[in-house]
Design a protein around this ligand. Structure first.
Ligand code: AMP
Length: 408
């Protein structure tokens, strides 16, 4: 429907104001991404939105552009009040969102800031005194500031929850519930999530009202732009295979996914011993270590980053040539999030998966989800002791569970 209103597929057709279009031009964005085409008109019309979208789809601009438009047309905010609140699960994501607010809002008189934990609270308290059009925050620090009377939500018009699934995984539900008792019931709410667990659906029922439901087709991202294949391999020989492939193919700048924090740490140590510059990021690593690892990876000081699914979600690492699934993910949808890290910005990326016999059920689900049988390559000397069964493509689609209507 919205796509029909914007057949030309251009930002000009989306009713955004001139200062925003000018900022997009400066960003060199040529046309809106599918999630932007659907989300922007819904938000501009004042509706609630519930969107299934992962990083890499352009989801951040999808909500920031229309809220900038709406806020720039409203009245000025008073001190210590805020008009739009964007909640993000981690400090990295909050900082990235704030960067986007500044980029897209550079030609608008919008007051915005970001607050998160792990840094001094006083400068943040001072920044809040003048009142804000947009506040980007992590939940814990936000409530801390609220309890210190640095912020009041009386004038809140729009609430945005980004990466809601991760927010719940990190245990922020109590903070969200407390916040909900402090903000006006009459508001516009936008919720973004990469996955829909029962918990996420429950939260959606609580916070959005009669939402426009949007989801971008994940298959489009994977199948079209990422070359994928698997290496069948015995479980105990995965590290050995990785080292061989890195050396033979001179792989650099690879993101490697493991299924647990422990396996990430072990792999990091083993690669380190082989002289491969590696860092691991996962939930048990301190904020400092994670930020440092990411910065070194981006600056090409280390060639390999090992990550768990949770730690990698929301990281803005662009244009990776290669993603390695050292283990297949627990959730089949995470396969798409992982490989979505490569092949962005029209560059073709590659995603390879190491699959042992015991992971066959996961492989079958992934092939069913992405509607393809993945090519298999056996490396000489790595013939399997425990063979991987042949794949038969299951063409039945998975049922998409939609959130039920909110309880009255
Ligand atoms: P996100 O999914 O919000 O994390 O965005 C992923 C990346 O896509 C970010 O680096 C954005 O700067 C970029 N991006 C967002 N929208 C567009 C667009 N319409 N055209 C080109 N790049 C975009």
């Amino acid at each position: 429907m919205n796509e029909m209103n914007n057949q030309s597929g251009e930002f000009h057709g989306l009713n955004l104001s001139a200062p925003i279009l000018k900022a997009l031009k400066k960003q060199n964005y040529e046309k809106p991404s599918p999630i932007q085409i659907e989300t922007i008109p819904a938000v501009l019309s004042g509706k609630d939105v519930l969107a299934a979208a992962q990083t890499g789809t352009g989801k951040t601009a999808a909500y920031i552009l229309p809220i900038l438009d709406r806020l720039s047309k409203g009245k000025k905010v008073q001190s210590n009040l805020v008009r739009a609140l964007i909640l993000a699960p981690t400090r990295e994501l909050a900082a990235q969102i704030f960067d986007s607010v500044q980029n897209y809002g550079r030609f608008l008189p919008i007051e915005a800031t970001v607050v998160y934990g792990g840094v001094k609270i006083n400068p943040q308290m001072i920044r809040l005194t003048k009142g804000l059009d947009i506040l980007v925050a992590t939940p814990g620090r936000l409530l801390d500031l609220y309890r210190r009377n640095s912020i009041n939500f009386r004038q809140l018009e729009i609430l945005i929850i980004d990466e809601a699934d991760r927010m719940l995984n990190l245990g922020f539900l109590p903070e969200i519930h407390e916040l909900l008792t402090r903000i006006p019931a009459r508001r516009q709410t936008l919720m973004f999530t990469a996955t829909f667990s029962e918990d996420v659906r429950e939260l959606a029922r609580e916070i959005v009202t009669d939402p426009v439901e949007i989801s971008v087709n994940p298959q489009e991202i994977t199948v079209n732009s990422v070359k994928q294949w698997i290496y069948p391999v015995d479980k105990m020989r995965k590290t050995e295979l990785l080292i061989k492939l890195i050396k033979e193919n001179k792989w650099t700048k690879i993101l490697v996914f493991t299924k647990t924090k422990n396996r990430a740490d072990h792999l990091e140590q083993k690669l380190h011993k082989k002289g491969i510059l590696t860092a691991a990021i996962h939930g048990d690593k301190g904020q400092g270590a994670r930020t440092r690892a990411l910065a070194e990876f981006k600056a090409d000081k280390i060639s390999l980053l090992v990550a768990t699914d949770l730690a990698a979600r929301g990281l803005d690492i662009e244009q990776l040539p290669l993603v390695v699934n050292f283990d297949l993910p627990h959730l089949k949808e995470d396969y798409i999030h992982r490989i979505g890290r490569t092949g962005r910005a029209n560059a073709t990326g590659e995603a390879v998966s190491f699959v042992s016999a015991e992971e066959f059920p996961k492989l079958r689900d992934i092939e069913r989800l992405t509607k393809q049988v993945l090519e298999r390559r056996i490396v000489e000397g790595f013939e399997l002791e425990n063979p991987l069964p042949e794949s038969q493509l299951d063409v039945r689609p998975f049922k998409i569970k939609k959130p039920k209507k909110r309880k009255q």
